[in-house]
Design a protein around this ligand. Structure first.
Ligand code: RIB
Length: 314
């Protein structure tokens, strides 16, 4: 399917709790799980499950026990470790996650090897022949810039999820990444961080998308969670994708699944509105299962879901 993902890989340590942690309070979790995470790895697994063909996943691990665990999990998901580098002096990235009874979450990422990529980024050859390149912000901006330039040089269409929400101080640097991307896919908090516009509805989301376009983004798809999605394409046309009705138990990695699915839909030649609807459905399905990478749907599940939704609405 010729997709290359450059980004983070973590081992996610998730505690399922009644209430999210509060300062000074010790509480018991109802359940605990470790799994594969990191926005890059989650995108790679989603893209591979939805296409049924291998994707190239370019990431960094440390030479430690979490690194071995991440490799084993990647292998379980069928993602090749051919483009994974081991940084001898770094620790593998981890994420400490809490998910509460209302399926809200907090995530603390310890980037480790993910944040130790050299400025030149990965070998540019990882983008040769790639139709779509997927990027996020859990690796250093300089390494992403180099990688995105290599992708552009290879004629690869670039999707950038500017997640996690950048610090206000780094928005200038992020803007330079945004200018290298073909499609930028923030959620509300990321769009707010990048534009300073508080997002409360579709109108304010479209306003933020306009600001992102004015700062150099070509196409913006702004994810509004349970409210759906607004987009402005590279001609400046605006659109809205309504949300899908699902029962969310864990929203961790739903955005990553959305991006993996968007890459597949575009690589298959779908037009933007249809590709965004496909991706939104994939993200919605991911919220119905706990976990990060493991929550991505398989293609037959997504096709069945979309068929059912289409039948109901026709
Ligand atoms: O987007 C969810 C991901 O964010 C988690 O898997 C965690 O590892 C962090 O990177």
């Amino acid at each position: 399917m010729s997709i290359t993902v450059f980004g983070s890989v973590n081992v996610d340590l998730t505690a399922y709790v009644e209430m999210l942690p509060r300062p000074g309070v010790t509480s018991h979790a109802t359940n605990y799980a470790t799994g594969l995470g990191g926005k890059g790895a989650n995108q790679a697994v989603a893209a591979q499950r939805l296409s049924g063909s291998p994707v190239r996943f370019v990431a960094a691990l440390g030479p430690d026990a979490f690194g071995a665990r991440a490799r084993a999990l990647l292998s379980k998901f069928g993602v090749s470790d051919e483009d994974i580098i081991i940084l001898p002096d770094e620790e593998t990235g981890i994420a400490l996650i809490h998910v509460d009874a209302a399926s809200q979450n907090t995530i603390t990422v310890v980037g480790g090897a993910n944040m130790a990529w050299p400025e030149q980024g990965p070998d540019p050859a990882v983008f040769h022949g790639a139709k779509i390149g997927l990027f996020q912000l859990e690796v250093p901006i300089q390494a992403s810039t180099s990688a995105m330039r290599a992708a552009r040089a290879a004629g690869t269409r670039i999707i950038l999820d500017p997640a996690p929400a950048p610090e206000r101080s780094s928005t200038q640097d992020i803007n330079s990444l945004i200018r290298l991307a073909d499609i930028v896919t923030p959620n509300e908090s990321e769009a707010e961080a990048l534009t300073g516009i508080p997002i409360s509805d579709c109108d304010s989301a479209l306003q933020a998308a306009q600001v992102l376009r004015a700062s150099g983004a070509r196409t913006v798809a702004l994810k509004l969670g349970a409210e759906g999605l607004v987009y402005i394409d590279h001609y400046g046309s605006e659109g809205y994708i309504p949300p899908f009705n699902v029962v969310a138990v864990d929203t961790v990695a739903a955005g990553d699944c959305f991006n993996g699915a968007l890459a597949i839909a575009l690589a298959e030649g779908r037009l933007l509105p249809e590709a965004l609807r496909f991706a939104s459905a994939a993200g919605a399905l991911a919220t119905e299962k706990p976990g990060a990478a493991s929550s991505a749907p398989y293609r037959h599940q997504l096709d069945l879901f979309l068929n059912e939704v289409n039948q109901y609405s026709s």
